[in-house]
Design a protein around this ligand. Structure first.
Ligand code: ADP
Ligand code: MG
Length: 278
């Protein structure tokens, strides 16, 4: 079997159709995902935000095939998903690299089975270049920074030629400046490699900077039975790369934070009678 050629690589559509996932707990069944209907267009970037424990990772795991819904369906390009699929790849908050392998060796782990040595070597070099690690290819994970390790983890995921990239808080453990750089790197990667991206993040600004759409999830533990998990879907305006200081994004940020139950700053009213509308 040969490596998928560049021309064959393409982004896939992902459809979630009435997805429901519950977990047993000592005090009864807990519904985490309910009535999740979603269509990710090929090449789209969709961000999931929501309070801790609301089900973001659970939703991502349904698409990865690592977990399966109680009911409902997940489709990839219109065909039902059956377990882990070679068209999807996942990267997590921790890079999960093998310490005894070099960055090259770690990225190579992502290559599809049966890739011939020469093609594989060229593809790994190409991906290391894409994530800016060509100079560090021979280093081991403990010899590199957290940001570099995370870039290697991203390159390993891309080595699968996934078409659907699932990212669970991929930059959550990085310092603020590195995180901003990684966001731009992800946009470069997305422009260079055809992928649909589902990104879990707790960072509302990151979601608005990167995504075409942002889904706000709610924690069903505090909701009446039958409440859908997705509370809101926000279309983010503006072509990428976006201006982080854009006022429209600032308004959406305030809206999302409010949806998350975080108080945002409102300017003091000029007229005290206006107080009630604040
Ligand atoms: N395998 C599991 N067994 C039992 N409960 C689980 C399992 N996976 C997730 N949960 C529960 O589902 C809820 C959502 O978890 P998760 O998707 O990890 O949230 P998030 O990623 O939004 O923080 C949590 O209450 C968690 O304890
Ligand atoms: Mg999570």
């Amino acid at each position: 079997m040969s490596l998928t050629s560049a021309a064959e690589r393409r982004a896939h559509t992902v459809t979630l159709d009435a997805v429901r996932r519950t977990f047993p707990t000592p005090s009864g069944t807990r519904t985490v995902l309910h009535a999740v209907d979603l269509e990710l267009r090929a090449g789209e970037i969709v961000a999931l935000v929501g309070p801790s424990g609301c089900g973001k990772s659970t939703l991502l795991r349904q698409v990865s095939g690592l977990d399966t819904p109680d009911s409902g369906r997940i489709l990839l390009d219109g065909t039902p998903l059956a377990g882990v699929d070679r068209r999807t790849a996942v990267a997590f908050q921790e890079p999960r690299l093998l310490p005894w392998r070099t960055l090259t060796g770690n990225v190579a782990l992502g290559l599809p089975r049966g890739t011939d040595t020469q093609t594989g070597r060229a593809r790994v070099a190409e991906l290391l270049r894409l994530v800016g690690l060509e100079e560090s290819a021979g280093l081991r994970p403990r010899q590199v920074s957290g940001g570099m390790a995370q870039r290697a983890s991203l390159a390993r995921a891309l080595a699968r030629n996934p078409g659907v990239l699932l990212l669970d808080e991929p930059f959550g453990a990085l310092d603020a400046l590195t995180r901003l750089r990684m966001q731009d790197l992800l946009l470069d990667v997305h422009a260079a490699e055809p992928t649909t991206v589902l990104l879990v993040t707790h960072d509302v600004e990151e979601a608005l900077y990167l995504a075409d759409r942002v889904l706000l999830l709610r924690n069903l533990a505090r909701c009446p039975e039958g409440t859908p998990t997705v509370a809101r879907v926000i279309d983010v305006p503006g072509a990428r790369p976006r201006d982080r200081a854009d006022h429209q994004l600032a308004e959406l940020r305030a809206e999302l934070l409010e949806g998350l139950g975080v108080a945002t700053h409102h300017p003091a009213p000029l007229d005290p009678d206006l107080h009630h509308s604040i």
